[in-house]
Design a protein around this ligand. Structure first.
Ligand SMILES: Nc1ncnc2c1ncn2[C@@H]1O[C@H](COP(=O)(O)OP(=O)(O)OP(=O)(O)O)[C@@H](O)[C@H]1O
Length: 315
């Protein structure tokens, strides 16, 4: 039986196609995943966002049936599954984090080989067209660019026309243009009706793609919500960022608000931008100091992570 839930956001009903309760994984003495609860709704892009080592890969690989949980429950399509068996594997597509493709196989051979793992499979030629790999189909994997390898990985992840696609850090190491191209491919999967679960440590990726985000740190979910909900959960509505040419400048003496020093820049989180700027300009006048590269911006998911943990997502 498939379970439906009322979606408070848009008042529609959508199925919970995956639900996880108190999922745990311990490696010797490392609690990689320490009691995670999460739900994935049909046709959403769900992002699991967290820094390196947070437990993202372990979590999705337990959902894919590639790692055995130490404890907890997994439900697929409303049914409790003790083991993620072949029946479920037919309905999911998996793109592993480090696609260790055989370097001496050609693009079309790899896609065909992956298709051979499933009962239901899409024609290789169709996937080659869909992921714009026409010109590369007879090339060896070792001669492809990073973006092309990731497109092949995506083609392999949907070779069985799955309902749910798992993408583990799909754009790590890609240049900004290749990353954006891959984002378009991922959005297109959702438009086709697929559900996408992706892990990432790029907050821009979660912001650009995700309908719902789980932020994970040290094996725990530390926040969840839509991007908007997460950003609105911050008490301050603006960030004033700037550089200052004075070595002994201590922003804490100037601002009562939260101030962080990030990569040589100061960031003041504030609800009163005018007042913060007035104080700053008063200071520069009084001390013959200069500010540079000033920016006033809305908070982002990085600010949410920083405010929850005191750390940056990528340190
Ligand atoms: N096979 C394993 N044996 C022992 N420890 C492991 C194993 N796999 C992962 N770990 C540890 O479990 C923790 C979570 O790792 P995991 O790979 O799930 O994190 P992640 O968020 O996916 O990180 P990354 O983005 O770096 O892949 C880390 O401390 C990692 O060192």
């Amino acid at each position: 039986m498939e379970k439906t839930v009322k979606d408070s956001e848009n008042n529609s009903t959508r199925e919970d196609i995956i639900e996880v309760k108190n999922l745990r994984k311990t490696y010797k003495n490392v609690k990689a995943v320490d009691g995670i609860d999460l739900k994935v709704k049909k046709q959403e892009i769900l992002a699991i966002l967290g820094p390196n080592g947070a437990g993202k890969t372990t979590t999705v690989e337990m959902l894919e049936g590639l790692r055995k949980p130490t404890g907890g429950e997994i439900y697929y399509f409303g049914e409790h599954v003790k083991v993620v068996d072949e029946k479920i594997k037919e309905r999911i597509g998996v793109q592993l984090q480090k696609s260790t493709f055989f370097k001496n196989l050609k693009v079309k051979e790899i896609i065909t080989a992956f298709g051979g793992l499933y009962e239901k499979r899409l024609p290789t030629e169709m996937l080659i067209k869909k992921f714009s790999l026409d010109e590369k189909k007879n090339d060896y994997m070792k001669n492809l660019s990073g973006g092309q390898v990731q497109r092949v990985a995506l083609a392999c992840a949907v070779v069985n026309d799955p309902d749910i696609v798992f993408l583990d850090e799909p754009t790590t190491g890609l240049d900004p243009q290749a990353r954006r191209n891959l984002w378009d491919e991922i959005k297109a999967l959702k438009e086709e009706g697929k559900t996408v679960v992706l892990t990432t440590h790029y907050m821009e990726e979660a912001e650009a793609l995700a309908d719902y985000v789980y932020i994970i740190d040290h094996g725990n979910i530390i926040a969840k919500g839509t991007v908007e909900e997460l950003i609105n959960s911050l008490e301050k509505s603006s960030v004033v960022a700037f550089e200052m040419d004075q070595k002994d400048f201590d922003p804490k003496t100037l601002f009562k608000e939260e101030v962080k020093s990030v990569n040589g820049r100061y960031e003041v989180r504030t609800n009163d931008v005018e007042k913060s700027l007035a104080k700053l300009f008063q200071y520069t006048r009084d001390h013959q100091a200069h500010i540079a590269n000033m920016r006033i911006r809305k908070p982002n998911l990085e600010d949410v992570f920083l405010s929850l943990t005191g750390r940056k997502l990528r340190e």
